[in-house]
Design a protein around this ligand. Structure first.
Ligand code: GDG
Length: 723
């Protein structure tokens, strides 16, 4: 039997209007309609768009929605729906996602409603979902849902798609709940974006706001990994092709042609939304008409679908647009023509196709837009005609529609000039560029988009299983050693391995979970434990003084044997004169990199930059590593870039050498486990000693044989093994 794909979006593709079920026409609806029917049985969970309080009526509508449309309604109270939808989602998150902090409003009650509604959605999904189902959550109204689902059903495969842009982390940070929102999304196994830029910004936001390590396309947190991918949404191409083949289409197109006889047609189609740049476009049209002069032969058609009418900003926008269009028509109309034809409403699909097919130019100038399907739909309808697309460079679609005429929507002069150029371009010249784009739009359609996301999400679970089976192998090896009562040497790095990294190193003290785990390990027979870290003697003594473990501080410079209180320095013959020479260099970096600091240890000097701006800090760290490495060539030292730090210490002193030294004294060990998270731990992973089992905790390149997602997962791993 086919598995089920459960789509979850704020609105169902079917809405209740005056007791009737009406199928809605949105970008997302079209895309999912295009998904191959045979692969997955589809269910859709969402809000039906009307307040229904009567339980009997809810049941009745629920049954009808399920039987006729495969839809499962989530009923919301009027107040709560307003706080969730008009408040938090559309007055708070939407503007920021579109780089418009001036529109950002925030009320604590909205946040309450947003959490509540996301929880209501979670309850409904959990009621419906079975093992093996895929859950695909859509868009910014449901950012908390993935994490809520994961908390209850950790084995569910959850996808999340963001249909809007994701802004630079500096902008998203303005939101008072930015951390919770990012953490909510990270409950998903896979998150999809329209463009690479959005992905990069999200990855940066996760790193900066949650202080976790990320790879560009992978984020691990609390033992769970989220993959990030780019999936530019397409249009429902076959629906456009079929419509253009129909008699009705031809009739409507001919009617429109007659109605607009002798006029160049310039069209704009969109929801009435401030992100779509309507007022800026009207400025450009003013500039254009002032120069064009032949008013009788030009007509602008604006189709603006009513949107979010309960929100004040949207009401103002409509008033302003209407008034501006009135002014412009008053200013430029002749007895034969009013240049701007404005429809505040939705037109039938076939009319939309006819309009696209007939237009000379589509003027698509959002201030910013996640993708913008209108641009792609217009191109798809240029089957016979060769209309030109003027496209905002800030729409996601700009990355794909390479032969469009790109404009900056804020530059009204530029838009006006581009429009004049477009109208003057001979048809032959237009045709060439458009056909190449048309082929692309038809090939990479909504079906392709949905299929590629779903395929990746489905195989993520396989990867997850593969990763687990890989670690399972490590587990089995260790279990065998435990069962045959062999001696096990366990080498544990601390920061980033046993314990999550903190911005302030002094805050990363062992928490209760770590203490309990270590006590548990201490009780085990045949287990020889070494904690080895770059930290100082005093830190290790403070953290682990009460345990009977071997402690190795400063990457191997200082040792405390099991059961002893005193420290010894096996490399005491080493000279550290190089420190005086190199310290001034580190001081320069400290001074010129806000948020960084130098630490002096007896055997090493370290430059830390955890609190510095991330990119600046990394760039400086690379430069410092290069500078120091050049000097290290003829010195007995090693430069080690680690996590948010660059350390210089004696070449002989490293964790690999320390492990080898311990094992020399334990010739009868059955298996030696080395676990670490950063470059300073690679010394252990590179050892070629027998019966060595190496584990990297977290992302990044490594020589280690096994990998575990993060410290939480590693603690769980140890806890399970050494019960
Ligand atoms: C969000 C993101 C992203 C419009 N007027 C009529 C009509 N439409 C249809 C269009 C198109 C859809 O509505 C609008 O889609 P867009 O992509 O342009 O914009 P948003 O609504 O803001 O969508 C956006 C999208 O999600 C998908 O991920 O591209 O960036 O903001 O399909 O054709 N349809 C009919 N009559 C109309 O009058 N029938």
């Amino acid at each position: 039997m086919a598995n089920t794909l459960i789509n979850v979006s704020n609105r169902l593709p079917v809405a209740i209007q005056n007791g009737e079920l009406i199928k809605s026409s949105g970008g997302l609806v079209a895309a999912l309609e295009g998904l191959p029917k045979g692969d997955y049985e589809q269910k859709w969970i969402g809000w039906p768009g009307a307040e229904i309080t009567d339980q009997k009526e809810q049941k009745q509508i629920g049954r009808k929605l399920a039987n006729e449309h495969g839809c499962i309604p989530v009923f919301l109270g009027k107040e709560e729906a307003a706080g969730f939808y008009e408040g938090f989602s559309n007055s708070s998150v939407w503007p920021l996602l579109h780089y418009l902090p001036n529109y950002l409003r925030y009320e604590p009650e909205w946040w309450e409603d947003y959490q509540k509604v996301n929880q209501t959605f979670a309850d409904k999904v959990l009621e419906v979902a079975k093992d093996g189902d895929l859950v695909w959550v859509h868009d910014y109204q449901l950012m908390l849902l993935p994490a809520l689902l994961r908390a209850e059903a950790p084995h569910l495969r959850i996808g999340f798609f963001l249909h809007t842009p994701f802004p630079a982390p500096q902008v998203f940070r303005f939101h008072p709940r930015c951390r919770e929102l990012v953490a909510g999304m990270l409950g998903a196994n896979r998150i999809g974006f329209h463009a690479f830029n959005y992905l990069r910004h999200f990855s940066g936001a996760a790193r900066r706001l949650l202080r976790i390590e990320t790879e560009l396309t992978q984020v691990s947190r609390d033992g769970h990994t989220t993959a990030l991918g780019v999936y530019p949404i397409g249009i429902n191409a076959s629906k456009f092709e079929q419509t253009m083949d129909s008699k009705e289409f031809r009739e409507r197109r001919d009617e429109f042609r007659q109605a607009h006889e002798g006029k160049r047609l310039v069209i704009s189609v969109e929801r009435m939304d401030y992100t779509k740049g309507i007022l800026h476009r009207l400025e450009a049209i003013d500039d254009f008409l002032a120069k064009w002069k032949q008013i009788d032969n030009i007509r602008f058609i604006f189709v603006s679908v009513p949107s979010r009418e309960g929100i004040e900003e949207y009401q103002h926008l409509l008033e302003e647009v209407e008034s501006r269009i009135g002014q412009l028509n008053g200013k430029y109309a002749t007895l034969l023509n009013s240049p701007i034809h404005f429809i505040h409403g939705s037109i039938p699909f076939v009319d939309l196709c006819a309009l696209y097919a007939l237009a000379d130019v589509a003027l698509v100038t959002p201030l910013i837009d996640g993708m913008n399907l209108v641009a792609k739909e217009f191109i798809a309808c240029q089957r016979e005609n060769a209309g030109l697309l003027i496209l905002s460079e800030f729409a996601g679609a700009a990355e794909e529609l390479f032969n469009a005429l790109f404009v900056n929507p804020y530059d009204s002069d530029g838009v006006a000039a581009t429009l004049a150029d477009a109208l003057g371009t001979p048809i032959e010249q237009r045709r060439r560029g458009i056909q190449a784009m048309r082929e692309r739009v038809i090939r990479y359609d909504a079906q392709h988009w949905a299929r590629s996301f779903i395929e990746d999400l489905a195989s993520d679970s396989a990867d997850f299983a593969a990763e687990k089976s890989n670690i399972k192998e490590a587990k089995n090896q260790i279990k065998r050693a435990i069962e045959s009562e062999e001696k096990i040497a366990l080498f544990l790095d601390y920061d980033g391995t046993l314990r999550e990294i903190e911005v302030e190193p002094s805050a990363a003290t062992p928490n209760l979970a770590i203490e309990t785990l270590l006590r548990q390990l201490e009780q085990r027979p045949n287990l020889d434990i070494t904690i080895l870290s770059g930290r100082s003697e005093s830190d290790l003594a403070a953290f682990f003084g009460s345990f009977s473990f071997r402690l190795i501080a400063e990457h191997g410079a200082s040792w405390r044997q099991p059961g002893k209180k005193s420290w010894e320095r096996p490399h005491s013959n080493l000279k550290y004169t190089w420190k005086d020479k190199l310290l001034p260099i580190l001081r320069v970096y400290e001074q010129t990199t806000p948020g960084s600091m130098v630490e002096e240890k007896p055997s090493a000097i370290v430059w830390h930059y955890r609190k510095a701006d991330e990119e600046f800090g990394e760039w400086k760290a690379n430069r410092l590593t290069q500078e120091l490495s050049a000097l290290a060539a003829n010195q007995p030292i090693k430069v080690r870039p680690g996590k948010k730090m660059v350390e210089v210490n004696a070449a002989e002193i490293n964790k690999g050498a320390a492990v080898a030294r311990v094992l020399e004294k334990l010739p009868d060990y059955g298996i030696a486990i080395c676990a670490g998270d950063d470059l300073t731990d690679e010394g252990m992973f590179e050892l070629t000693l027998p019966r060595l089992l190496t584990i990297k905790v977290g992302p990044g390149a490594t020589q280690a044989r096994f990998r575990i997602a993060d410290p939480a997962a590693f603690r769980q791993f140890l806890g399970d093994l050494f019960k």
